[in-house]
Design a protein. Structure first.
Length: 271
């Protein structure tokens, strides 16, 4: 793997004394999409917020391109990383065009930027996300899938080398899910470091270069999809009998839920 541009070293984070993330090591390099998996409450979103610099760890350090997030200004963070949060607001009273243009705000003081460059970035982002056709609509009038695509367009327009996506396909139909994850994979191909929290194990298996599996605030496995998606480990982590086979037409594992779901959680990560 190339040198990581995103690195968390022995990172821990607590709220009211309760550990949400504990002693986690994490890396992501430019040119790869890292999928983060795990059951609800595993610490995935907290880890992503720590990587973004929105939260500062109680212990350990997060560095982005070699500099700690605690040392970076808000403006500097906005230039180095973009983030799509797990909750997309639905009451924004601006047009779609204006929302996407907000992604260019961090570049306003850059001597290399210009109005023409801003306009080109916004236009390309809206074309890639199929949002140009409703550029003049008020964001609050859009469907959930359309809103997700608009926020992805804003991330694309921001043009940061690190892209953090927190459940970008939640509550979306199959077409929107494939569209958004395809764009995430394309961003990685264009030498961005993309970290994506997902609940859909099979989507993660197909689109991710590497996977990280979390449980109870810790990373329990990291590696290629074939290395991480071990049926016994998955069954223990999710408390549900699972099987892993080769996908019939995609070069990746396919995770299947067994016929005999567990009625009680007996694995090491039970609750």
């Amino acid at each position: 793997m190339p040198d990581p541009i995103v690195r968390a070293s022995r990172v821990s984070y607590r709220v009211d004394g309760v550990p949400l993330v504990g002693h986690v090591d994490f890396e992501a390099a430019s040119g790869e999409l890292v999928g983060v998996l795990g059951p609800n409450g595993a610490g995935k979103s907290t880890l992503l917020r720590l990587l973004a610099g929105d939260l500062l760890p109680d212990q350990g350090e997060v560095t982005l391109d070699g500099m700690g997030t605690a040392e970076r200004s808000t403006q500097d963070l906005a230039l180095i990383r973009s983030m799509l949060a797990d909750h997309v607001p639905n009451d924004i009273p601006f047009t779609v065009q204006a929302v996407v243009e907000m992604g260019r705000y961090p570049h306003r003081r850059s001597p290399d930027n210009s109005p023409e460059r801003d306009a080109a970035a916004v236009t390309e982002a809206m074309l890639r996300t199929d949002t140009a056709r409703f550029a003049g609509r008020i964001f609050a009038t859009l469907s959930s899938g359309e809103r997700a695509r608009v926020f992805l367009a804003r991330v694309l327009a921001q043009d940061a080398p690190i892209v953090l996506l927190d459940e970008p396909t939640a509550s979306l139909d199959l077409a929107n899910r494939e569209h958004i994850l395809s764009e995430a994979a394309l961003m990685a191909r264009k030498q961005r470091a993309v970290v994506c929290v997902l609940h859909d194990v099979n989507a993660a298996a197909y689109y991710s270069d590497r996977l990280v599996l979390m449980a109870e605030g810790s990373i329990v496995a990291a590696g290629t999809p074939w290395e991480v998606l071990d049926p016994k480990l998955l069954s223990d982590v999710y408390g549900q009998r699972m099987h892993v086979i080769e996908h019939p037409f995609r070069n990746c594992p396919l995770v299947l839920v067994g016929d005999d779901p567990r009625t009680t959680r007996t694995g090491p990560y039970s609750w």
